[in-house]
Structure formats: structure tokens, C-alpha cells
Write a protein that binds this ligand. Structure first.
Ligand code: TRH
Length: 415
């Protein structure tokens, strides 16, 4: 029989085999490894669009393995996208080990595998029927989690942890809402991330070496470094124009992606590819490759201000301890406006009034939830307050238990 480190291998006759003996260690509440049976966890992820679904699922999978001692198997339908976030990922391999987790291609027909102790479906992706039927046949039943999108909206707190019985099968799904409030599911932040981040930011040699590795020159005197990861954005040309007219040099660092056509139009270029840099007035636009997740963190740590989007880069920008601007994932009927404002309410509560008002105005303009985009200068004039607040916010997030720890506890209490 084929044996895999994390595997529940299939017999040639197609019957489900017993799982291999799982890891015999897990992390106790004090963070030390204790002799115990590892919790087996299956995470299911389908990519709706972009990188956020797989970005969150892969990050969570690693943290559940590293810090909660879970034995994790991640099922994902788009291994090609995982390859963008992690260079070791092999898009052609249907089964591989990556950073302490087992990664499997989610394909149809779904193989007959024994369900894990904990089953996490990311963002409401429906589990394969065959797997669901096997969950129902299992005794005891797996702990079944539906991991929801991150939101600061208060209604999510009343739904967090709620149980939803399956209409036909003897199974119960629990809703898990990541968030910022103490009684939410929390956000993903790795242990020691905050100290690693601060050590990097305080080490000018490490920062310079990072810029060099990306082919970005050292910062000019007074230069403002901005990273840009955004969706198509009606406010972008105006903001680019304001940077071009700025008294201060601005270097805009752009991982290739959905902003590229707008930048081409602004710069009058047919194409922009990683490595190219073009200047207009005070603004230099430098294209970067899409880098691995860990390097993207460093980009956020090294810039003065970061434009981020979606869910995962939005959280990483907060953990970078630097001012940032969020382009929220647009939803039909402007449903995203309430979500944007709920976060601004939480974030601006700790900012002096004028800085909070400037942040709200700029973010609303950037997101098109307010008709007239606010000028960049009106936002950036508050840079000292924004910087100080970003540092404090990152520090306070790093002291929260976090999504993986909250999930770990929630599941263990139900196993
Ligand atoms: O890519 P996103 O827009 O993803 C999503 C999806 O649209 C999804 O359907 C939606 O529901 C969700 O947002 C809210 O943005 P996000 O979430 O920031 O994910 C980007 C990931 O890509 C994140 O893990 C960071 C990573 N990344 C890199 O690893 N390297 C890079 O160079 C860049 C720019 C990003």
C-alpha cells in the first residue's frame, strides 16, 4: 500500500483505507509541543477569482499545522494559482507536500478518502457529495466549519459560531467569521510575525538587500515609496496625476496584475512588464513581478504606504504597521460600502479626528463609494498620525489570539 506522511491512501480496489497514524505531537496552550494525537484537518478551497481564496486557505493551512499541530490536507482546484504564491508548489502534481501540509488537487470525480476530524470549507465552497456522505457515515462526526469572509460588520458577531444542521444528513455545520473584535474569529497572523517584521524594518541593510533583490534602486532623498495592488479603479488616474505633480518624489511599486492596463493608459505605454520603470514628473512607476507571499510581506514592510485589496493583502498591510489604503472587493448593489465603513469605524476610532476624517474621505474616493475622490495631499498631510496609528494597530492585532488559535480551540472543544 502506498503510504504518505499525511495520507489516507486509496487501495487499488478503490476502497477507503484507514488513515496513517497521524503526528503524535501538537501544541499545547503554552505553545510547547505535547505528546498527543494530532487533529486531522481537511480544508477545501475553490478559487472564485484572483488570489484571495487560495491565499487565505493556504496561509491558514500552514498556521494550523505549524502552530496548532494539526495534520492538514488542503484540497484546491487551482494549483496554478498556488504556484504564484509559493514557488515550491508544482501545478502539475495532484498530490504534494508543501510547508508541512499535504496539498491535493480537488478534481472530479472526488476520490474515496476518509474524512478528517475537522473539515473546513473555505468561503462556502460546497463539499463534494461523496465526501459529505462519508462524513455522515463517520462516528464520531467531523467538526464541520464554514469559514466566512473577513468583516468588521457587527452582524457577523451574532452569527459567528452558529450551528446549522444539514437538511438531510446527520451533520452540523458551524459558521466561523474572521474579524477584528475580541468575540470574532480573529485574523490570521503567525506567531513571531510582529517581531520579525519590526526587526526587518529596523535593519536598513536587510531593507536595501530586499530592494536590490527586486531590482529597485535605493530610495532617493525624501522619496515616498508606495506599493499598489488594486482592482480597476476610477480614482487611479487622478491619484497618479497628483503624485506626478507632487513636490516629493514618489516611487510606485506595482506587482503586475489588474492595475497594469490603467497604468499603461496613464503613461502612454503599450505594455508594462516586470522590471520596467517609467517616470512622469515626480512619479516613477516601477513594475514588479508577482512575488511569493513571504516576499510580498516584505514589500509591504518596506514601503511607506501600501495600497491593498480584497482580504488577505488587506490584513497583511495592517500587520505591516504602515499606513495603507484598502480597495475593497466590489459587490453588486454597493454591498461592499457597509463593509468598508464598518472597518473604517473600527480603524478610525483610535485616530485623531482630522486624520480619521481624511482617511475616510480618501478611502471612500478610492473605492468610488463617494462621488468626488479626495486629494492625496489631504490624506497624506496626516502622515505622522497615520504612521503612529498603523504601528499601534499592528501591535494590538499581534496580541490577539488569531484565527488559527480560535479555530483550533473551537474545534478541540467539539471533538
Ligand atoms: O486577489 P484578491 O483580490 O482576492 C480576493 C478574491 O477576489 C476573492 O474572490 C475575494 O473574495 C477576496 O479577495 C475578498 O486579494 P487578496 O485577498 O488580497 O489576495 C491576494 C493574495 O495574493 C494574498 O495572499 C497576497 C498575495 N500576493 C502575493 O503573494 N504576491 C504578490 O505579489 C501580491 C501582489 C499578492
Amino acid at each position: 500500500m502506498a503510504r504518505f506522511k499525511f495520507g489516507r491512501a486509496l487501495r487499488p480496489d478503490g476502497r477507503v483505507e484507514r488513515p496513517n497514524p497521524p503526528n503524535m505531537t501538537e501544541l499545547g496552550s503554552n505553545g510547547t509541543r505535547e505528546a498527543a494525537t494530532a487533529v486531522r484537518c481537511d480544508i477545501f478551497c475553490t478559487v472564485v477569482d484572483n488570489y484571495g481564496d487560495i491565499g487565505v486557505a493556504y496561509r491558514l493551512a500552514r498556521q494550523l499545522a505549524d502552530e496548532q499541530g494539526f495534520s492538514v490536507r488542503l484540497w484546491v482546484d487551482r494549483l496554478d494559482l498556488l504556484g504564484k504564491l509559493c514557488a515550491q508548489a508544482d501545478p502539475a502534481s495532484a498530490r504534494q507536500e508543501l510547508s508541512g501540509i499535504e496539498v491535493r488537487r480537488w478534481c472530479a470525480p472526488f476520490p474515496a478518502v476518509e474524512p478528517a476530524d475537522v473539515v473546513i470549507e473555505a468561503f462556502g465552497c460546497a463539499l463534494p457529495d461523496r465526501y459529505l456522505a462519508q462524513m455522515a457515515a463517520q462516528d464520531p462526526k467531523p467538526v464541520w466549519i464554514n469559514l466566512e469572509y473577513l468583516s468588521a460588520e457587527t452582524w457577523t458577531l451574532s452569527c459567528h459560531g452558529l450551528a446549522s444542521p444539514h437538511p438531510r444528513l446527520p451533520l452540523t455545520k458551524h459558521f466561523f467569521f474572521p474579524g477584528f473584535a475580541p468575540d470574532s474569529g480573529g485574523i490570521i497572523h503567525e506567531r513571531f510575525l510582529d517581531s520579525r517584521r519590526r526587526a526587518f524594518q529596523e535593519d536598513s541593510r536587510a531593507v536595501n538587500a530586499f530592494w536590490q533583490s527586486l531590482g529597485v534602486p535605493g530610495a532617493a532623498d525624501q522619496e515616498l515609496r508606495v506599493s499598489l495592488f488594486s482592482y480597476e479603479n476610477a480614482a487611479m488616474p487622478r491619484t497618479l496625476g497628483q503624485w506626478a505633480d507632487s513636490p516629493q518624489p514618489v516611487r510606485l511599486l506595482v506587482p503586475e496584475g489588474r492595475s497594469t492596463p490603467q497604468l499603461c493608459a496613464f503613461l502612454g505605454e503599450d505594455r508594462l512588464v516586470p522590471g520596467m520603470a517609467r517616470a512622469v514628473g515626480s512619479l516613477t512607476v516601477q513594475m514588479l513581478p508577482f512575488v511569493e507571499q513571504a516576499r510580498y510581506d516584505r514589500l509591504l514592510w518596506a514601503c511607506d504606504v501600501n495600497f491593498v485589496r480584497g482580504e488577505d493583502s488587506f490584513v497583511r498591510a495592517q500587520l505591516a504597521g504602515r499606513p495603507f489604503v484598502w480597495h475593497i472587493y466590489p459587490q453588486e448593489g454597493q454591498a461592499h460600502a457597509a463593509k468598508l465603513r464598518a472597518f473604517m469605524d473600527a480603524y478610525c476610532a483610535g485616530l485623531p479626528g482630522p486624520a480619521g476624517a481624511a482617511l475616510r474621505a480618501f478611502w471612500e474616493g478610492w473605492n468610488g463609494t463617494q462621488a468626488v475622490p479626495a486629494p492625496w495631499d489631504a490624506f497624506w498631510t496626516h502622515r505622522d498620525a497615520l504612521r503612529e496609528h498603523a504601528r499601534r494597530w499592528a501591535r494590538s492585532l499581534s496580541h490577539t489570539p488569531g484565527l488559527a488559535a480560535n479555530l483550533g480551540e473551537f474545534c478541540r472543544n467539539r471533538l
